[in-house]
Every structure is written in structure tokens, then in C-alpha cells.
Write a protein that binds this ligand. Structure first.
Ligand code: F6R
Length: 644
């Protein structure tokens, strides 16, 4: 993404007059894009803090509409920091939360009541009488009265000065699901299936997710004087595009925000990635500055658009599709050849470098012939799911391959699976420990956390499965490392923040192996953020290792596959697989039996991991082929990360 439109650090996101929001003819909502959610959240927190202080100075109350979910967490964290370190007081704040599940007890960990206290209210000086959250315990006729009363209280407080929003993949704001009317007020709503799927991991299964909720209405939200919607990560990219660029429709309730005169979307690059001005900037700006990356992206897109391969593109194709700027200093013929070669040079069957070969145009160095390689795998299975073909080749081509499983992955093993193993253990040795585990699994209730010994068993199940896969690829057990990074070991979906202890474990392993190549997951769309945290741990470790002489000779390659795939133009190394190699990869994934046949955390993709991987790898090969490359059965793609 070109950096000119991506904001870093402190930016003023104050109101611009209606009709002057649009950056392009496609966009209908003012939006600002940050490199990451931390920068965006800090700016939003500052806007809220400024508003509170401005009102304080005038002796007035400040009425905030607040959201829950993963999106606002960093904003709340920053507000708490400002309260602790900068004396920001919330004494004049009156808050109204958007929604609450129905039915829902206040002390249930999944309640929005619990969430708001855990993330904000318990840490600031807001008057508890000024906190309003829809009550998930009301029943029958009392619900209607409760909703009317909620609306009344907002009005009595003087109306919402500021409304913070997240957005669901259905396009809901609050819990205003598709179908919601723009005149709707606080009411009971039936949750959309997608919303329940998204909430399922937190509730340990979709069956436990409530079917209804109380939500402020669209009209309630729209009555706020100022609205800021937060959108983070590639999972939100599609709905953000529909909301900002689509027509207003009750099928995407967030599109109603197009009619609000003081609304800003604060996004990160992932969430903004489908917007026209980012995905295909040449369609909105003919005077673009073209660099090589953007040219590659545009040409891949142009081929898809015209159904042609690179070498068949004509001047007319470029001119008709906003890309005439590319032809001011070169002929389309030369440009086509250049781009064809660029793509061709990414393909190699020698991911560790080809011995005795000229490596000028190869993605990896020929020397040293035998490389020390670490494959970092966030969970015990990402290695084979995302780069099983490459892993297999690296071993067969004689490199010293190490696999490091960053987390234990214990939370993704079902109780049924764990019970099976505990009972087998007991049948071999009827020990007290085995019996304790069996009893505790049998007595477990839906929201209970596993005790330590059950978590350990679940982790061991995944270890056993990992060994089955790495042995299948011919790897020595001594080269398999289980890091069990502490940030993951909460026993819950919600993980701890990354700490020095996590980074140190990574540093120690890298120091002990002194690798020439590191592979890591750059797969940031996983639903629980574990891949992102594991990548952050690697980046922090690389930072710490700067200056170690062997790191000058270390190349880092990022893979994807379990949750999404690199775009073709991004790929810097493409490793093809034959049909037999595809099969070997599949069998290695099969070794992870606890993750087969409907895993606990499926996300919204109902395919098993081996199917997702295989279809993505075949698709990459198909895309290369459509661009004019040779026809391969499947391909794994990698992007190089430059850390020096
Ligand atoms: C939360 C709410 C929802 C969420 C939305 C996004 O109070 O009303 O609209 O904002 O579902 O959730 P996250 O932020 O978890 O992606």
C-alpha cells in the first residue's frame, strides 16, 4: 500500500463538512488509515479525552456511547493509561453501551457488562451511577419498558456527544443486523448466523452463543453528534469496502452512516485493503507515482481483468484501465517482458537455494549449500498446513531443518479427544493422575477453564501429532522444538500480551541454531490473533539479535496458508509442488488428528485445513499459469521480510 495515505502517529481526525469527505469518487464516508491499530487507537483515545476535557472546562457532562468487542480494546487501554499517568478524569462522563446479549447474567465472562468493567470502568473514576449497559437479565414485557427507558435516559443525559463503534462482518453496528431500519431505536434483535459464528470461540461453541441481544437502534446511533468507527485487520476489509463504497442498504446497516455528517472510520491497512483507492489506485488517480511493487500489482490485476497473460497485454489494455501512466517512458512490450521475468524468477524448486547454480535471478542464495533452517510455526500444525511442500523439500535437499512450535495449541483440543487419551493412559497404567484428568473432564461445565493437568495432556496430544508429521518428513526428533510461549498459556481464548519472557525464548533458540533461513507465519487473519503475536515475538527477537554476526547471513521468509494467502504480486518465492508432493503434504496434515473433522475453532471457513491449504496452493499455481507461467499442480508462496 502506498504510504502517502497511510497515517503514522498523531493525526487530527476532526470534522470536515459534509460532502467534502470523499477522497475519491468511490468513497462515501470519511476515513483515515493507519499503519496499525495501535496508532489509530491512540488518536481516537485522544479525541475522546479532548472532548471530555473540553466539556469539563465548561462544567458540562460528556455523554459517550461505547462499544465492546476486540476493536475498541486498545482505545480503552489508552484511556486508562491517560487516567493513570496524565490525570484524565471521567467524573463528568455519562456512558451508554451499545448492546448486551439476551439472556445474559452480568457476571458471566462473556457479558458486555463484564467486558466493560474489565477493560475500562474498573480502572477509571467514572461514577458507577453514570454507567449504562442494556440489561441482559430482563425478561418478558419488561424488556420493552427497559428499551424505552434506555432511550429516555440517553435523551435526559442530553444525547450522545460521541459514539464509538466497531463493525461486524454482517455490516452490523451495535447489534443492528441486516434488515435493520434506519428509524430503529433500542430494541431486541435476533443475531445473524455470521455474528454467532464469530462469537462462537469465546463461548466455546456456537450452541452456547445467545440467539438474541438488546441493541441501541440505528436512529439512536445516528443521533450522536460525532461517530467514530474502528476497523482493524483483513477480516474486516470486505465489509469496510461495502460500507464505504456501496449503496445505502438495510442489508449492510453500517451504510446508514453515509448519511451522518460527522462520522469518521479509523482503519488499519488490513481493513482498508479492499478500498478502491488502495486495491486499484490507478482507477482513481491517473497521476500515480509507479514503483515496481505497484506496477506488479497493477499488471496482475490487469491480466485478471482482461483474461490475458502478461505477454499478451496491449497498449489499449493499459490505457483503458487507468494505467496509461506506465507507458509514458516505456513500450508495453518491454514492460510486459520485464514483469514476466520478474514473476518467472520467483519460481524455484530449491527453497534453500540451488547448489552449483547461478543465483543472480533466483529467490535464494546458492551458498552455503547446506543451510541451517528454522521453521517457526505458531501452532503445532501451521508448518505443514502452510509450507508442508517446502518443508518436505528442504529436508530432502539436505538442509539442517529445525521446527519450532511457538505455542502449545492446547486450547484447540476438544474434551472428547482429551478424554480418549486419558482413558487409554489409564488402561495402560491406572494411575491417580489419569483418574483425576478423567474426572475433571467429565465434570467440566461449558465455561470452565481446564485445570493445568488437562491443559498439559492436551498440549501433549498436539506434541505427539507434530512428531508424527515431522517424522513423516524424515526429521530427527532432536530438531523439533516446543517453545510453549507463555503469552498463550492462559487456558482461555484471550491470551496475555507478549512479554520479554516470550521474546527471550525465541532469541535463545535462534542463538543456539544460528540459522541461514527463518520461515515464519505472516498469516495475520487468524481469528484469535495468535499468529500476529507469534510474528511480533519473532520481530522483537530479530531486533534483539541485530549485531549478532550470523544474522547478517540470515534471510527471513514469511508464509501464509491456514487463513489466507499472499496476493500473487507480493510473492517473492514460489515453490511448486508435483501431484505426489501435494499428497505428501496432505498426509502430513492428516497427522494432526485432533484438528481434523471439524476443529474447535473453525472460523467461518467450513473446509478442513488440508482442503484450505490444497485449494490455496492449487489456486496460486493456477494464477501463475494464467499470467503465462508454466502449469504446475500447486505452489506455496513466500514473501521475504527485510529486518536489517
Ligand atoms: C459491540 C458491538 C458490535 C461489535 C462488532 C465488531 O458492542 O456492538 O457491533 O462492534 O461486532 O466486533 P469486534 O470488534 O470484536 O470485531
Amino acid at each position: 500500500m502506498e504510504t502517502a495515505t497511510v497515517k503514522k502517529g498523531k493525526v487530527d481526525i476532526s470534522y470536515k463538512p459534509a460532502g467534502r469527505f470523499e477522497e475519491t469518487r468511490f468513497e462515501k464516508i470519511h476515513n483515515i488509515i493507519f499503519e496499525n491499530s495501535a496508532d489509530g487507537s491512540a488518536v481516537v483515545a485522544k479525541e475522546i479525552a479532548d472532548l471530555i476535557k473540553e466539556k469539563q472546562a465548561k462544567g458540562k457532562t460528556c455523554v459517550l456511547g461505547l462499544a465492546t468487542g476486540s476493536s475498541p480494546i486498545r482505545v480503552y487501554r489508552e484511556l486508562v493509561r491517560m487516567h493513570n499517568e496524565e490525570g484524565l478524569s471521567f467524573s463528568n462522563v455519562i456512558s451508554f453501551n451499545l448492546d448486551e446479549y439476551l439472556p445474559m447474567e452480568k457476571d458471566n465472562r462473556q457479558s458486555y457488562h463484564y467486558f466493560m468493567h474489565e477493560h475500562l470502568f474498573n480502572h477509571i473514576d467514572i461514577d458507577p451511577n453514570n454507567v449504562h449497559i442494556p440489561n441482559g437479565t430482563v425478561t418478558g414485557d419488561a424488556i420493552i419498558e427497559h428499551c424505552l427507558d434506555y432511550e429516555r435516559k440517553i435523551k435526559e443525559a442530553g444525547g450522545l456527544d460521541f459514539q464509538l463503534l466497531g463493525i461486524g462482518r454482517t455490516g452490523h453496528i451495535g447489534f443492528n443486523e441486516p434488515g435493520s431500519h434506519h428509524n430503529s431505536a433500542t430494541r431486541v434483535i435476533t443475531l445473524d448466523h455470521i455474528t454467532r459464528v464469530d462469537a462462537a470461540p469465546a463461548f466455546l461453541g456456537i450452541d452456547n452463543v445467545p440467539r438474541r441481544a438488546i441493541t441501541m437502534g440505528i436512529a439512536t446511533v445516528m443521533s450522536a453528534k460525532r461517530i467514530v468507527l474502528l476497523g482493524w485487520g483483513p477480516n474486516k476489509a470486505d465489509i469496510i469496502k461495502k460500507t464505504i463504497e456501496g449503496e445505502i442498504s438495510s442489508q449492510v446497516p453500517a451504510t446508514y452512516l453515509q448519511e451522518h455528517t460527522n462520522c469518521t472510520f479509523v482503519l488499519d491497512t488490513g481493513a482498508a485493503s479492499e478500498l478502491t483507492r488502495h486495491k486499484t489506485p490507478w482507477l482513481v488517480d491517473e497521476s500515480l507515482t509507479w514503483n515496481e511493487q505497484l506496477t506488479a500489482k497493477a499488471i496482475v490485476w490487469l491480466c485478471r481483468q482482461t483474461g490475458k497473460s502478461i505477454l499478451s497485454l496491449t497498449d489499449k489494455d493499459y490505457n483503458d484501465n487507468g494505467m496509461s501512466g506506465l507507458l509514458t517512458s516505456q513500450e508495453s512490450y518491454d514492460l510486459n517482458i520485464k514483469m514476466f521475468n520478474r514473476l518467472q524468477h520467483t519460481i524455484t524448486g530449491w527453497p534453500g537455494g540451488k547448489p552449483n547454480a547461478d543465483d543472480t535471478n533466483r529467490p535464494e542464495r546458492a551458498l552455503p549449500e547446506s543451510k541451517r533452517v528454522i521453521i517457526f510455526s505458531p501452532h503445532p500444525d501451521d508448518d505443514v498446513i502452510s509450507m508442508g511442500g517446502t518443508f518436505d523439500r528442504l529436508v530432502q535437499q539436505g538442509h539442517e531443518v529445525h521446527v519450532a512450535y511457538q505455542t502449545s495449541g492446547n486450547i484447540a483440543v476438544s474434551d472428547t479427544e482429551a478424554l480418549k487419551f486419558a482413558e487409554i493412559a489409564k488402561s495402560i497404567n491406572p494411575s491417580e493422575e489419569a483418574q483425576t484428568i478423567i474426572d475433571s473432564i467429565k465434570a467440566k461445565k461449558e465455561a470452565d477453564f481446564d485445570p493445568l493437568e488437562v491443559r498439559k495432556l492436551k498440549g501433549n496430544i498436539r506434541r505427539g501429532e507434530s512428531f508424527a508429521a515431522t517424522r513423516y518428513f524424515g526429521l530427527d526428533d532432536a530438531n523439533v522444538h516446543f517453545l510453549d510461549l507463555p503469552f498463550y498459556e492462559t487456558g482461555a481464548i484471550k491470551k496475555n500480551d507478549l512479554s520479554d519472557a516470550d521474546v527471550q525464548i525465541m532469541v535463545d533458540l535462534i542463538k543456539s541454531i544460528k540459522p541461514h533461513q527463518i520461515y515464519a507465519a505472516g498469516d495475520l487473519a487468524d481469528p484469535h490473533g495468535t499468529h500476529k503475536t507469534c510474528l511480533d515475538a519473532l520481530f522483537a527477537a530479530l531486533e534483539e539479535l541485530k549485531g549478532e554476526s550470523y544474522m547478517d547471513d540470515c534471510w527471513v521468509w514469511l508464509y501464509r496458508g491456514a487463513w489466507h494467502e499472499w496476493d500473487t504480486h507480493e510473492i517473492e518465492m514460489a515453490v511448486p509442488m508435483s501431484p505426489d508432493q501435494v499428497l505428501r503434504k496432505r498426509l502430513a496434515i492428516f497427522c494432526h488428528q485432533s484438528q481434523k473433522d471439524g476443529v474447535m475453532f473453525q472460523g467461518d471457513d467450513s473446509r478442513e485445513f488440508w482442503m484450505r491449504a490444497e485449494e490455496r496452493n492449487k489456486d496460486t499455481a493456477r494464477k501463475y499459469n494464467q499470467l503465462g507461467m508454466a502449469e504446475y499442480e500447486a505452489m506455496e508462496g513466500f514473501v521475504r521480510y527485510n529486518f536489517k
